[in-house]
Write a protein that binds this ligand. Structure first.
Ligand code: UT7
Length: 311
C-alpha cells in the first residue's frame, strides 16, 4: 500500500524576538497574564523588508536539504497561508521562483491555522493517487502585519514563522495513515480579517470550539485507524493556547508529556505552528523511527482537522 512519507522537514523563524515584557509597553497587559492564560512568553517578528515567500524559502530549503531533494525535482508546491505576499499571484509561485523549481503547479491554500493539515491532506491525495511524487507543503504566516497593536485580546497571541515538509510515496508501512478535515462556515465571524483590515477574534468562543472540535477530530482519526490514545507516542498540535491543549489532552486521555510544546517561544504562528514544531521535534531527537504521531489544528473558518502518521 502506498502511503505519503515525510522525506524532510524544515523551518524558518525570524531572529527578532518580541517578549511579553515588550508588549507591556504597548498595551494594558502583563507577562503574568499572557503566560498564565496562554503559555506564550515571546514570539518572533519578521523584518519589514521581508515577505511570506522569503520566510517560506528558508523553511523550504531546509526541508529540501533534509530530504535530499532538489527544487527541480518538485512536482507540486502548496503553501498554506492567510498572509500571502500579495493577493495575486500566489505566494507559492513566488516561492517557486526563489527556489528555482521547475514549472510544476504551485498554489496557496487558505485554511488559516488548519492550513498545514489541509495541505497535508491534499498532498496525500495527489501522492497516493499517483499524480505527483515530490510535493512541498509549507505553512507560513506573518500575522504580526495584520494585528491591531492596540487590541490586547489579539496582539499578544500571534507570531511569525514558516515550516515545511517534502513529501513522497512510501510502501514500507511508514507514513501518513489518514487526514480528517472539517469546517463550519456558520462560525466564520468568530475569527476573521476583512480585506485591508486587522484580525478580530471572539476569543472565548474560539477557545471552546477548539477544545471540542480538536478533541473530536483526534478521536475520529484514532478510531478510523483502529488506534487508541495509548498507541500515540507524540502529539504535534497547533500551538494556539496551552490551556486548549491541556483540555484536549484531558478529553482524549492523552498525557501532556506526549505533547510537543514550543508555544512559549513562538506564540500562535497559525498554519506554520505544526510544521515548525515537527521540524524542531525531528531535529532535537524527540522523533524516532516507528513513532505514531498525531497532528491536529483548528483555526478561522472555523476549519479544523487532524492526521495520524507513523514515522
Ligand atoms: O489559532 C486559532 C485560533 N485561536 C485560538 O485558538 C485562541 C482561542 N482563545 C484563547 O486562547 C483565549 O480565549 C484568549 C487567550 C484569547 C483569552 O483568554 P480567556 O481566558 O478566554 O480570557 P477572556 O477573553 O475571557 O478575558 C478575561 C479577561 C477580560 O477582562 P474582564 O472582562 O474579565 O475584566 C479581558 O479583557 O482578561 C482580559 N484580557 C487581558 N488582560 C490582560 C484579555 N486579554 C488580555 C491581555 N492582558 N492580553
Amino acid at each position: 500500500m502506498i502511503r505519503t512519507r515525510i522525506l524532510g522537514t524544515g523551518r524558518g523563524v525570524p531572529p527578532k524576538v518580541l517578549t511579553n515584557h515588550d508588549l507591556e509597553k504597548l498595551v494594558d497587559t502583563s507577562d503574568a497574564w499572557i503566560s498564565e492564560r496562554t503559555g506564550i512568553r515571546e514570539r518572533r517578528v519578521l523584518d519589514e523588508s521581508l515577505t511570506t515567500s522569503d520566510l517560506s524559502a528558508e523553511a523550504a530549503r531546509n526541508a529540501l536539504d533534509a530530504a535530499g531533494v532538489a527544487p527541480s525535482e518538485l512536482d507540486c508546491i502548496l503553501v498554506g497561508t492567510v498572509t500571502p505576499d500579495m493577493p495575486m499571484p500566489a505566494s507559492a509561485v513566488i516561492l517557486q521562483k526563489k527556489l528555482g523549481a521547475g514549472p510544476c503547479p504551485a498554489f496557496d491554500l487558505s485554511a488559516a491555522c488548519a492550513g498545514f493539515i489541509y495541505g497535508l491532506g491534499m498532498a496525500d491525495a495527489f501522492i497516493r493517487g499517483g499524480q505527483y511524487r515530490r510535493v512541498l507543503v509549507v505553512g507560513v504566516e506573518i500575522l504580526t502585519r495584520v494585528l491591531e497593536w492596540t487590541d490586547r485580546n489579539t496582539c499578544v497571541l500571534f507570531g511569525d514563522g514558516a515550516g515545511a515538509v517534502v513529501l513522497g510515496p512510501e510502501e514500507d508501512g511508514r507514513g501518513l495513515y489518514s487526514t480528517h478535515l472539517q469546517a463550519d462556515g456558520n462560525l466564520w465571524e468568530a475569527l476573521y480579517q476583512r480585506t485591508g483590515g486587522k484580525v478580530k477574534m471572539a476569543g472565548r468562543q474560539v477557545f471552546s470550539q477548539a477544545v471540542k472540535n480538536i478533541s473530536s477530530s483526534c478521536m475520529i482519526t484514532l478510531d478510523h485507524n483502529g488506534k487508541t490514545a495509548a498507541d500515540v507516542d507524540l502529539v504535534v498540535a497547533h500551538q494556539a493556547n496551552l490551556r486548549i491543549l491541556e483540555a484536549v489532552a484531558h478529553r482524549c486521555g492523552l498525557p501532556m508529556s506526549k505533547f510537543y510544546l514550543n508555544i512559549h517561544k513562538y506564540g500562535n504562528t497559525s498554519s506554520a505552528s505544526i510544521p515548525i514544531a515537527l521540524d524542531e521535534a525531528v531535529r532535537d531527537g524527540t522523533v524516532s523511527d516507528g513513532m505514531t504521531i498525531l497532528m491536529c489544528a483548528l483555526g478561522a473558518g472555523l476549519s479544523w482537522g487532524s492526521a495520524l502518521y507513523r514515522w
